[in-house]
Ligand binder design. Structure first.
Ligand code: TYD
Ligand code: MG
Length: 466
């Protein structure tokens, strides 16, 4: 009797079930199971018939990891100094964010430097890719192009002659392999195709970049499973309405995961932004209440961004708390500390918080800038336009030290800021010519701000005229 095949696969996490159900028990997602043909039992190997292979000692020749440097500085920074030979990267991002644009620019740069690079598009026709390249002024770059979706055909083609240094697969969701029977785009196909491509990369030494689409909730669609198989997972993010794009590494076996690469989408493709602070501060709202500049660090690079807050009386039973670009539970914590230790009553107010420029920040060091922006909006008093803030706030209201104070202050001074509010513990690090206020706890900072406030203007409109 044949083995009963597991044929309902969760498209989110890859778990397999032998009957359909509404909810995936493995990841808790609803409506993600879909039927897929399982492998034929005949294609499975019989137990006990393994092939013998040689075991190696730890000493001996390590494959030196020569890197393929693209020359696009912001990309090389994120990969950790270039693509490692034989490695496989997954590049995720929303549709239309600029993944194909970034990759055609990368392949063109490498091809112009004399490397053999192949760009396989499963989504666009060759003519469409050409059209884009022409718009970007890359038509002359000797990139080898094809519109193909069969993994076996692709690998047979690229194995002819010199193995390419870099192969782009745009996107992994459109690929299919003969080794599995399911339809293209299903988890089984995506996983099978990725496996075949990864095996090829390791064997041949070519670097392979797989493009993956992202679902509404930010997961790389389908190939969640692929994330574990590849050497690096990069994500390309940005708000559709902003021109900034940020490249991050969510996982990197050969480099850091905290560096970001910043690009600007222009009419002529992606432009590198080597000094992001200038860009993120370029459209500042000087002198209005509720904005504070946060001196942050992304990886090894300082990054100044504007935090915007709006605190307004609420008409709702449960006031609104809305955050863009920051962690909402972190905001709740800062609000609770303001209520409990600083006497700021926010219970009847809606709170909106936004990180300008469409950037997403995750550092707790932003707490102090967030608190300052919130209080500034609440009391309707602008903060000094030439000041920066950083510091982590503890539940007791103390302002705790953060790493790399000196780097943050140096960047602020370089960009023309004159003052900074920083944790007490950073006193030893000096101030680069800035006028520095050391904050030991949040209470005194809030009291100072409140003293300058004009809360009557907005929080409670006066209606004395008859
Ligand atoms: P694309 O690279 O096709 O996105 P993805 O591969 O991630 O789906 O980028 C498409 C968007 O980028 C599209 O909305 C137009 C915009 N764009 C520019 O603004 N300038 C350009 O030079 C190019 C090529 C695209
Ligand atoms: Mg694309």
């Amino acid at each position: 009797m044949s083995r009963r095949s597991l044929s309902f696969i969760c498209q989110n996490c890859g778990a397999a079930f032998n009957r359909w159900q509404g909810k995936c028990e493995a990841c808790g997602e609803w409506n993600t199971l879909s039927e897929e043909g399982a492998d034929k039992p005949s294609s499975l190997r019989k137990p006990g018939k393994g092939r013998l292979f040689a075991l190696e000692p730890l000493t001996g020749d390590a494959m030196d990891a020569p890197r393929l440097v693209s020359g696009i500085g912001e990309l090389d920074r994120v990969t950790g100094g270039g693509f490692v030979r034989g490695s496989v990267l997954l590049l995720g991002g929303d549709p239309g964010i600029g993944k194909s644009t970034l990759l055609i620019q990368t392949t063109a740069a490498l091809a112009r430097a004399g490397h053999r690079v192949v760009y396989i598009s499963g989504e666009e026709a060759v003519a469409q890719v050409r059209l884009r390249a022409e718009r970007l002024g890359l038509r002359d770059a000797p990139v080898e192009l094809a519109s193909e979706t069969s993994v076996e055909d692709i690998l047979a083609t690229v194995s002819e002659g010199n193995i390419p240094k870099l192969i782009i697969i745009d996107s992994i969701q459109t690929m299919w392999t003969d080794t599995v029977q399911s339809a293209p785009g299903t988890v089984t196909q995506v996983r099978g195709s990725a496996q075949t491509l990864i095996r090829f990369a390791k064997k041949s030494g070519a670097t392979v970049i797989l493009v993956g689409h992202v679902t509404k909730d930010g997961q790389i669609a389908g190939p969640r499973v692929v994330e574990h198989m590849v050497d690096a997972v990069l994500s390309f993010e940005g708000e559709g309405s902003h021109q900034f794009r940020v490249l991050r590494a969510a996982k990197n076996r050969f480099g850091p995961t905290d560096e970001i690469g910043v690009f600007e989408m222009t009419g002529l493709g992606l432009r590198e932004v080597t000094n992001p602070s200038e860009l993120f501060l370029s459209e500042r709202d000087l002198g209005s209440p509720g904005t504070a500049v946060f001196a942050g660090i992304e990886g090894t690079r300082p990054l100044l961004v504007e935090i915007q807050a709006l605190v307004a009386p609420s008409t709702l039973g449960t006031p609104r708390r809305s955050v863009v670009g920051w962690d909402s539970s972190r905001l709740s914590m800062v609000l609770a500390v303001l209520e409990a230790h600083c006497g700021v009553r926010l219970g009847g107010h809606d709170v909106y918080l936004n990180v300008a420029g469409g950037l997403r920040i995750s550092e707790p060091a932003a707490d102090l800038a967030v608190a300052a922006a919130l209080v500034s909006s609440m009391v309707n008093a602008p903060l000094p336009a030439d000041g920066v803030y950083f510091g982590e706030i503890s539940l007791s209201g103390a302002v705790r030290p953060v790493a790399q104070s000196a780097t943050r202050l140096k960047e602020a001074a370089k960009l023309g800021f004159a003052r900074a509010v920083v944790p007490e513990a950073a006193r030893a690090e000096g101030g680069d010519g800035l006028q520095i206020s050391y904050a030991g706890n949040l209470t005194s900072l809030v009291a100072d701000l409140a003293a300058q406030g004009r809360p009557a203007n907005r929080a409670k409109p006066d209606r004395q005229d008859g």
